[in-house]
Design a protein around this ligand. Sequence first.
Ligand code: V0V
Ligand code: CO
Length: 140
Amino acid sequence: MFMRIDHIGIACHDLEEQIALFSGLFELEVVAREVNEEQGVKEAMLRIADADGGGSYIQLLEPLSPDSPVGKFLAKRGEGVHHVAFGVPDVSEAMSKIGGKGVRLLDESPRHGSMGSQIAFLHPKDVGGMLTELVQAAKS
Ligand code: V0V
Ligand code: CO
């Protein structure tokens, strides 16, 4: 079902500061930036690898407000790993397969994600405490 780790999402207070840290430490290039109002984030993707069907990235996330998912996470746990996103060939199919095993889906249908992807989240309490995102990359 999973083809790769698409990205690791990291919550931070200041996106520009965190981009400077990660790109400086690991020599990663910022390949996309977006404000996603629906998800309540300002985010940047730092490329690790390219591949047919989707690459892999670090996603840096700054909340747009304190009551957004990332804002609440920062208040409760501070900066750090927020979610792990797996690349799937078909997000709707993955949602129904995994949902059929009793895992709570946080989205009824796929939503817009970074770089034109289709995304959906699984409840962390049903996945060993890990907020899990499914990603169907945009067709290139
Ligand atoms: C909360 N919990 C987490 C967690 N966030 N556990 C692991 N990782 C996280 N990131 C735990 C929390 O400690 C609580 O456990 C419990 O889940 C309920 O959390 P809560 O603080 O009461 O907060 P809720 O219920 O209001 O929200 C939690 C969920 C929410 C996960 C349901 O954050 C959500 O719907 N997230 C999906 C959307 C999202 O995260 N979007 C931002 C990324 P205890 O304390 O009761 O034991 S956007 C993105 O990645 C994009 C655009 C992209 O990739 O393209
Ligand atoms: Co993400």
